[in-house]
Ligand binder design. Structure first.
Ligand SMILES: *Cc1c(COP(=O)(O)O)cnc(C)c1O
Ligand code: SF4
Length: 323
């Protein structure tokens, strides 16, 4: 049986020639050819309802600026290619592994490094989960498994159950963490079946959302987040600092306050990775620090995300000191 969220997801992927996006006069077909435009009806609706839709369009609309290549901007800025243990499993940091559980997302964000990293080939296809699970079982120092992607919640609930049933047999895994943009871009995914699954998870449950701008928090996504809170997820958010989207302290302050209202604490604010074909999203390090300093001045400490960058070969995300 296909759930309604699966129909919306199929529709979004079928839109990969830009239905809904190509209505916008700034839609650039050449850029669309570089990285397929993918957006859900839910996000299109949020755009329609936004007081200022520009910060949302900018995240999803293929634009002419993407056709530029810029020196110093690269294909794999975070070195994930090198840290892959078994196909689809990245063990870069002590105690936690990242399982690329799905190669696809419900939206294609134009600034994402996934536009070059061939996740569609290197994610852990379900037949290969066994190798990843064997790796996790064999290393008792791994206490946290992070489902990432792509977006792990594009998997059917049936497949999520299969995965977590197996993880539940590994005693040293105490925490399941999910990195997902789906509660915001495809809120219907958080349905009864999902809730039944989440209720059966017997480890700690953490969900790290990805929201960059307060206008992404539509009515439907707020309801989905409220449901996640009911289900007992510890809710965190990560954002990327993006030019023309959230490169203002006021915007990020509002985002922290709105998320807090939904029970979500800010976690990371990523300095933009130098992703090739996305240089128009870059905010200088000096400006990023200045915005972060303003956030520290205007918010309680627990609503200020940690400013970090990702450097290949480092044992943790690198904190960026803003003063
Ligand atoms: C970001 C990341 C993690 C998680 O790091 P935390 O600091 O615990 O959020 C784990 N593995 C990889 C490969 C990562 O990129
Ligand atoms: S991985 Fe996250 S940021 Fe990248 S396209 Fe998917 S949803 Fe967007």
């Amino acid at each position: 049986m296909t759930s309604s969220w699966q129909q919306e997801l199929k529709q979004a992927l079928r839109n990969d020639h830009g239905a809904g996006l190509n209505q916008n006069p700034a839609f650039d077909p050449a850029a669309a050819g570089l990285f397929a435009p993918v957006i859900t009806d839910s996000m299109l609706q949020a755009i329609t309802q936004a007081a200022d839709p520009t910060p949302l369009w900018r995240q999803f609309l293929p634009s002419a600026a993407e056709n530029q290549t810029t020196p110093g901007f690269v294909q794999d800025p975070v070195g994930d290619g090198a840290a892959t243990q078994v196909p689809g499993l990245i063990h870069k940091y002590q105690g936690r592994v990242l399982l690329i559980a799905s190669g696809s997302c419900a939206v294609n964000c134009r600034y994402c490094f996934r536009r070059h990293f061939p996740y569609s080939q290197s994610y852990a296809p379900r037949q290969q989960w066994q190798a990843s699970l064997a790796y996790i079982r064999g290393d008792a120092s791994i206490h946290e498994v992070i489902l990432s992607g792509g977006d792990p919640l594009t998997l059917s609930t049936k497949h999520l159950v299969q995965l977590t049933d197996q993880l539940a047999t590994i005693d040293h895994v105490k925490t399941l963490r999910i990195h997902s943009r789906i509660p915001v871009v495809l809120p219907s995914r958080i349905d009864d079946e999902f809730s039944a699954w989440a209720q059966h998870i017997n480890t700690h449950k953490v969900m790290v959302l990805h929201v960059n701008h307060p206008a992404e928090l539509s009515q439907a996504s707020r309801a989905a987040i409220a449901q996640l809170q009911q289900l007992g997820f510890v809710l965190l958010n990560q954002s990327v600092m993006l030019r023309g989207i959230n490169d203002h302290a006021e915007t990020l302050k509002q985002l922290s306050l709105d998320l807090f209202g939904l029970g979500v604490l800010p976690y990371y604010l990523h300095q933009f990775d130098p992703v090739q074909n996305a240089a128009h999203f870059a905010v200088s390090e000096a400006q990023t620090r200045a915005i972060h300093r303003q956030l520290m001045r205007s918010l309680p400490g627990y609503l200020v995300p940690k400013l970090v960058k990702e450097e290949a070969g480092q044992p943790h995300k690198t904190p960026v000191m803003s003063g």
